[in-house]
Design a protein around this ligand. Structure first.
Ligand code: HEC
Length: 348
């Protein structure tokens, strides 16, 4: 008797533990992903993204209700006792045999699907263009595996992998590709749009809150597709204008130190074929513009935080950090590394 009772308790405990584990497996990813920067299902921070998020919720809720309804009806159908007559497959066609439920079900599904279609079309229309004229146009060109950002202001500004925008204002993005098909995606601000060689696609974004929004290439484009990220930094207008004014300035030599001078010569010799520093002879076009390198938060398209040490690691080991990327790993003696670092520090 005692054994039976304790067996029962153990079984109940086991079922309890398994249920708790099952719930954790379902709930945990939801909690963990809630903060993930690419989570477009729980968060939207602008008018180009909110309607699609609500559409996603509606479709998920509808699918959940339908799945639940089917599960209940199916279980009901399995456990319901049947008379011998009902067990005959031909019975369903007989008068009162239940065939009309199939028609009712089809009619309900058709109406629901048409309603969803209408809702989708209305949503697409509402995110197709902003309510007012964009305050700003930015051209984003996708390269294997980084993003070139050109502002079409009175003074042109070129940067890489970091887009600054003023909060609360619609911004038009012209999308181009320099090589293969990529896709521009800032999940919390808008849906994806492809960048196609030879074609200029358009997209708009607007951030209602100041903050840093992660973006990602979302079209498989080769070995370093996963390391092709970028950031959108939304800031109050005054801050944005100050940022723009500082980016519009060409390189200003801030130091006459000997190592900075040597670093500049080294840069001209070994880097300038690919990289540009506006205001100097370096005007390479196939790599990120480095004029204001140190103003950016990350380097190598979101791969590393932008510190002096990471810049040097990147220069020496680009092929280890981002294999196949179009920047070679560059051998530098200790003296050259120190000089180059001193020069790169002046790129404010
Ligand atoms: C053959 C062309 C080429 C040469 C030469 C080259 N780079 Fe690069 N560099 C690139 C490319 C392409 C990228 C972007 C790589 C990526 O993110 O996938 C890059 C990225 C960088 C970055 C990161 C910039 C950012 O904002 O993400 C730095 C810093 C950099 N290079 C410095 C240098 C220095 C310093 C030299 C010379 C010692 C140099 N590069 C030589 C092509 C080159």
């Amino acid at each position: 008797m005692n054994d039976g009772a304790s067996n029962g308790t153990t079984t109940r405990r086991r079922i309890g533990a398994h249920t708790a584990l099952g719930l954790m497996l379902i709930v945990r990813p939801v909690i963990v992903s809630a903060d993930a920067p690419l989570n477009y299902f729980l968060y939207a921070d602008g008018p180009a993204a909110t309607p699609t998020m609500l559409l996603g919720w509606t479709l998920a809720a509808l699918a959940g209700v339908v799945a639940l309804l089917f599960a209940v009806l199916l279980i009901g159908a399995i456990v319901r006792p049947r008379s011998p007559m009902e067990r005959d497959a031909r019975y369903v066609h007989a008068e009162g045999g239940g065939l009309h439920w199939v028609w009712i079900g089809t009619a309900i599904s058709s109406v629901a699907l048409f309603a969803v279609l209408a809702y989708m079309l209305v949503t697409l229309e509402s995110v197709a263009s902003p309510a007012r004229r964009p305050a700003l146009t930015i051209t984003v060109t996708a390269y294997d595996w980084w993003w070139k950002i050109d502002y079409q202001g009175a003074t042109a500004v070129t940067t890489a992998n970091e887009i600054h925008i003023p909060v609360g204002e619609p911004v038009k993005i012209e999308l181009k590709s320099a090589d293969v098909i990529h896709a521009f995606w800032v999940p919390r601000l808008a849906g994806k749009t492809q960048t196609i060689p030879g074609v200029v696609n358009e997209q708009w974004i607007q951030a209602d809150r100041a903050g840093v929004y992660r973006g990602q290439c979302s079209q498989f484009c080769g070995a370093q597709h996963a390391h092709m990220a970028f950031e959108v930094i939304a800031e109050p207008r005054a801050q944005f204008d100050a940022w723009y004014a500082s980016q519009a300035k060409p390189y200003a030599p801030v130091s006459a130190a000997a190592d900075v001078h040597e670093g500049a010569a080294l840069f001209k010799e070994r880097c300038a074929g690919c990289h540009a520093i506006r205001g100097t002879d370096a005007d390479g076009r196939q790599a990120p513009d480095l004029t204001h390198l140190n103003s950016r938060r990350l380097i190598a398209a979101g791969t590393l935080p932008n510190t002096s040490q990471n810049q040097l690691d990147w220069i020496r080991h680009a092929q280890r950090i981002k294999p196949d990327s179009l920047m070679p790993s560059i051998d530098l003696s200790a003296t050259d590394a120190a000089a180059l670092t001193a020069y790169l520090r002046t790129l404010q």
